[in-house]
Design a protein around this ligand. Structure first.
Ligand SMILES: [Fe+2]
Length: 193
């Protein structure tokens, strides 16, 4: 489940419908999809077969021509160098569409004068329209597995804005158990059994 934050105001939004509504107002599609099609450990081909219906539907919605599965672990060669391509504010000439199967990461979306931090996890589908200024980072466990859609794979080159806006925001992941600000401040009910 995602956690939506607006760091400049300190606002945090949780709940599928609330996040969906808040992001829709900014032109971003957010949906929750079922994860029960495939076991956690299965091949990319198994994933593509299991989600063939959703993949085709999304292709029709957005004019995408291909989909694949990206799998990143802490052991991925040159991981930090790869992440460095995407953790600075950029745009793409095509949509960035991801359905998260495993792991967690943060999309920072810079829309108008506002920066949204969208922490995504398993079951979250996010569609960021082409031209949206954004950047992305993984959470501390350096793990993500996701289905990606492409209109044209050559269009996924980042175009950096060079604004430096990304340097003003901490890649703070709250994790899937986030329930509200009490957890974020470390005052967890677990301390008072
Ligand atoms: Fe991107």
């Amino acid at each position: 489940m995602a956690v939506l934050r607006i760091p400049d105001t300190g606002e945090t939004i949780t709940g599928d419908a609330e996040i969906r509504a808040a992001l829709a107002g900014a032109g971003i599609d957010y949906e929750r999809w079922s994860l029960d099609r495939v076991p956690a450990e299965c091949s990319a081909d198994d994933v593509l077969r299991a989600y063939a219906g959703e993949i085709d539907e999304m292709k029709q919605r957005g004019g995408y021509v291909t989909a694949d599965v990206i799998d990143v672990t802490p052991e991925t060669p040159n991981l930090e160098a790869m992440l460095a391509h995407f953790d600075k504010e950029h745009t793409h000439s095509e949509d960035e569409v991801r359905f998260i199967l495993a792991g967690r990461g943060i999309f920072f979306l810079h829309i108008g004068a506002r920066v949204y931090s969208v922490e995504v996890g398993p079951g979250d589908m996010l569609r960021v329209p082409r031209g949206t200024t954004h950047w992305f980072t993984l959470c501390e466990d350096r793990r993500i597995r996701a289905i990606r859609w492409f209109q044209d794979t050559t269009g996924w080159t980042p175009h950096y804005t060079g604004s430096g806006v990304d340097r003003g925001y901490q890649p703070l992941c709250f994790g899937p158990a986030y329930l509200g600000p009490r957890v974020a401040t470390g005052i967890s009910v677990d301390r008072n059994p």
